[in-house]
Design a protein around this ligand. Structure first.
Ligand SMILES: Cc1ncc(COP(=O)(O)O)c(C=O)c1O
Ligand SMILES: [Zn+2]
Length: 369
């Protein structure tokens, strides 16, 4: 018997674990992993995992990324306890490897030998790499206009790449049509319960890197919310087990040009037709499939959702490189630009401990201008 099932975060309905991309049969929401029994943990950790045989997991050594104090940027933002968790030090250069390792491990356990994914770049590179490692054939659908460095990386791992003209949503539609026509598994990092579950270890590492004390705030760049939701689920597990005393505040940052979550959380009017191009391609998601869940979590943790403009993102990308030696993607720099807003608004105070993930490596994107 499996130690997991899939549960709806919205209405609570559950079903047996599978590799279907179908959401809740009652309300349509994407599903989460629910544990029926304890005992399966990621190798070398006590982090619960949906993988049935963790010792056989598809891994490239993801996780255990450094968490460093940012003294210079902290001084600039009047923050004494600003930390960056260097997620770009994962095997393919972004946090996505955490989710992919778990998703591909479960896929292999279900006997999947060919799968379809669509991505703005980083998830595509990650799935392409881990599929190669797992011996699974992959098809990655990407926007034809994704940064060349990301396209090159996706191709390097030998996937069958499908560049699609049009918006990010059009790319998803093409991937969905393809997997349905061919009867292939749609291993979507946006919908898969296993992907978000795999990012959970991020939160466990943060707490252990602070010697068991939780930081006051975590600030994320959020598109589909896989890291945000995974971190929340990890923190919730740690509150439940008594490892930490209470939930930190979790904040979501989006680009002003694509801000569905900021609008939904703050009751502002905004629709996908209002979206325009942003340098933060990783969070350019006009209609996130887990929007309801993200907004619900923000409400539960007393978090905020803030939008940042393009010059603010690019100037933060430069500061991170020039005063901290951290070359982040614009998408990742956006979270720091959002942090600056949160500090100015008094949501975060000078002596608060703050952790911001640097989710992707600058080498993968356009060069700073
Ligand atoms: C570098 C980077 N940061 C953050 C994100 C946002 O992740 P999510 O869509 O899971 O919220 C992405 C997604 O592509 C990304 O590539
Ligand atoms: Zn439901």
């Amino acid at each position: 018997m499996s130690h997991i099932e899939l549960g709806c975060p919205r209405c609570g309905r559950s079903r047996a674990a599978d590799m279907s991309d179908e959401g809740c049969l009652d309300c349509g929401s994407p599903l989460d992993v629910v544990y029926l029994a304890a005992g399966k943990t990621l190798p070398g950790t006590d982090v619960p995992t949906p993988i049935h045989e963790p010792r056989a997991m598809v891994t490239l050594g993801e996780g255990n990324t450094p968490c460093v104090l940012l003294k210079a940027l902290g001084e600039r933002l009047s923050l004494d306890g600003l930390h960056a968790k260097l997620e770009f030090m994962n095997p393919t250069g972004s946090f996505k490897d955490r989710g992919t390792a778990t998703m591909l491990s479960v896929a292999r356990e279900f006997g999947v030998d060919e799968l379809v994914e669509d991505s703005s770049g980083n998830a595509g590179a990650s799935v392409s790499a881990y599929a190669a490692r797992a011996g699974i054939k992959s098809h990655i659908f990407v926007p034809a206009e994704a940064p060349e460095a990301k396209l090159r990386q996706i191709r390097a791992y030998g996937t069958e790449i499908h560049p699609i003209q049009g918006t990010r949503e059009v790319v998803t539609e093409a991937a969905v049509a393809y997997h349905r026509e061919r009867g292939l598994v749609y291993a979507s990092h946006m919908l898969s319960p296993y992907f978000a579950e795999g990012t959970k270890a991020f939160a466990y590492e943060v707490v252990s890197q602070f010697d068991g004390i939780r930081p006051d705030h975590l600030v994320f760049p959020v598109g589909n919310g896989s890291l945000f939701i995974g971190a929340y689920n990890g923190l919730r597990e740690m509150v439940a087990s008594g490892r930490i005393d209470k939930m930190p505040e979790l904040h979501a940052v989006q680009a002003r040009n694509v801000m569905p979550l900021v609008a939904a959380f703050n009751d502002e009017s905004w629709g996908p037709d209002d979206a325009s191009k942003t340098v933060a391609g990783g969070i350019s998601v006009a209609a996130p499939s887990r929007q309801w869940q993200i907004v619900d979590i923000l409400g539960k943790v007393g978090g905020s959702a803030v939008a940042v403009d393009e010059p603010g993102i690019l100037s933060m990308q430069r500061h991170l490189a020039e005063i901290e030696g951290i070359f982040a993607e614009p998408t990742s720099a956006a979270a720091f630009a959002g942090l600056e807003e949160l500090k100015k608004a008094g949501v975060i105070r000078r002596d608060d401990t703050v952790v911001v993930p640097v989710t992707g490596f600058g080498l993968k994107d356009e060069a700073p201008t």
